[in-house]
Design a protein around this ligand. Structure first.
Ligand SMILES: Cc1ncc(COP(=O)(O)O)c(C=O)c1O
Length: 429
């Protein structure tokens, strides 16, 4: 079943440096199935036109496709309507949109925004930038030693500060730990003081069911390129009741229905928030990728089958290092908590960008290990994965990360882990 899915991805048939190509950098971006690639070609060879403007066939058709893509996303995450879906370039743009609209409208000096210690930089730095203009406090839900979030800390914060807690914005699945947070509970606590709730679904959107009603978030972001779709595409979901009242971040064409020297009127939702010519091809192909994933999930028998498959591979991966002292997994050892991502350190080695962490003076340079993996055809990631505060908290330098996609198999894991063992042996000798 999963082998048939794998065959749909042409890039995986390639070799690299004459070696097997093993792609384990799916948390950074996913590869694309042939049908998604074909949809791109079809759009640009037969359907390209600007939307919502031209009275001619191609433009009318492109407009319909653009609107259908919004429908596909809405139905995938169980939103009420396509009007709640705004297309953007990626999760980062989505988060910056929310910070610069809701952040500006809801926050005053002394208010509190809650994020967590395992956020991606896009859900940290965007708030820090807004702090240059509004003097609100940015509080981090601590990550406990078992690597779960400290929900009691949040309860306590909310109890002490009540409605001063205005926004709670957290990641669904950590791109380093692979852990899925209990966001349902976090948002329930946030709602007890009417805080606005934001979910960063960048990693979860392709790894588990993301159902906005069950999760109970007011807004959500994800990137198209992490869900087997194109780069430059992504979406924000936001409840209609909020979007209706919200002032757009950007003004220009498309977001207005009327302009005079004295003022303007807004276009309908969601176009009110999509100023200028968007990435039409990217958005339409994102719709196709979402449809592809929806069908694939149905065909394999549901999300649980995909989760079991990925967790089985994670278990297999971690087993390859049983009894190996130098392999230091950075994540929960309970595999049922892990979704698609394995970050780790190699004791005795440091990697690019290493700061002053434990044992740095006695460590060897790990770049040779990375290079050996590279020339052996293994695609992986090294660094802080845009989650530097999380690494700092545990005094851990840059980590290596293997991350899975729907097409990875045991053979990939066996190959990559063998190469890693060889690389470390070479590094030690
Ligand atoms: C959890 C998380 N949030 C946000 C992002 C940002 O995504 P993008 O670079 O597509 O904007 C990433 C990217 O890795 C991520 O893993």
């Amino acid at each position: 079943m999963f082998e048939d899915i794998r065959k749909e991805f042409p890039i995986l048939k390639n070799s690299l440096f004459g070696k097997k190509f093993v792609y384990l950098d799916n948390a950074a971006t996913t590869q694309k199935p042939q049908s998604v690639i074909d949809r791109f070609t079809q759009y640009y060879s037969k359907e390209n036109a600007n939307i919502h403007r031209g009275p001619y066939e191609l433009s009318i058709n492109a407009t319909q496709l653009w609107e259908q893509a919004h429908e596909s996303v809405a139905s995938f995450i169980n939103a009420d309507s396509y009007k709640e879906i705004i297309f953007v370039r990626n999760s980062t743009e989505g988060l910056n949109f929310l910070v610069n609209t809701f952040g500006r409208e809801l926050l005053s000096d002394g208010d509190i925004v809650v994020i967590s210690e395992m956020e991606h930089h896009s859900n940290i730095v965007s708030w820090m930038l807004l702090q240059k203009q509004i003097n609100f406090k940015l509080k981090y839900i601590p990550v406990k030693d078992d690597l779960t979030l400290d929900i009691d800390w949040l309860k306590d914060l909310v109890k002490k500060n009540g409605k001063k807690v205005k926004i709670v914005s957290v990641v669904h699945i950590s791109n380093v730990l692979g852990i899925k947070n209990d966001v349902e509970e976090i948002f329930k606590i946030a709602k007890s003081v009417d805080a606005f709730t934001i979910l960063d679904a960048a990693q979860s959107i392709a790894r588990c069911e993301v159902n906005v009603k069950k999760i109970g978030c007011d807004a959500l972001v994800f990137s198209g390129h992490k869900v087997y779709g194109p780069t430059g595409s992504g979406a924000i979901y936001c409840k209609l009741e909020y979007l209706e009242k919200l002032t757009p971040w950007m003004g220009g064409g498309e977001m207005i229905s009327k302009v005079s020297k004295d003022g303007f009127e807004y276009n309908d939702l969601p176009w009110k928030f999509e100023a200028g010519t968007p990435d039409i091809g990217g958005g339409i192909v994102l719709g196709s990728a979402i449809e592809w994933l929806k069908n694939t999930v149905e065909n394999v028998g549901g999300w649980d089958v995909i989760i079991n498959h990925e967790q089985g591979l994670i278990g297999y991966l971690l087993n390859q290092f049983n009894g190996i002292e130098w392999f230091k997994h950075f994540g929960p050892n309970d595999i049922s908590l892990k979704y698609g991502v394995v970050a780790f350190n190699i004791e005795g080695f440091t990697f690019r960008g290493c700061k002053n962490v434990l044992n740095i003076e006695t460590s060897r340079d790990g770049n040779g290990i990375s290079e050996f993996l590279n020339i052996s055809g293994v695609a992986f990631r090294e660094g802080y994965h845009c989650a530097e505060p999380l690494h700092d908290k545990f005094c851990i330098g840059p980590t290596l990360r293997f991350s899975l996609g729907i097409y990875n198999n045991e053979e990939d894991i066996k190959y990559a882990t063998n190469i890693l063992k060889q690389a470390v042996l070479r590094g030690l000798s």
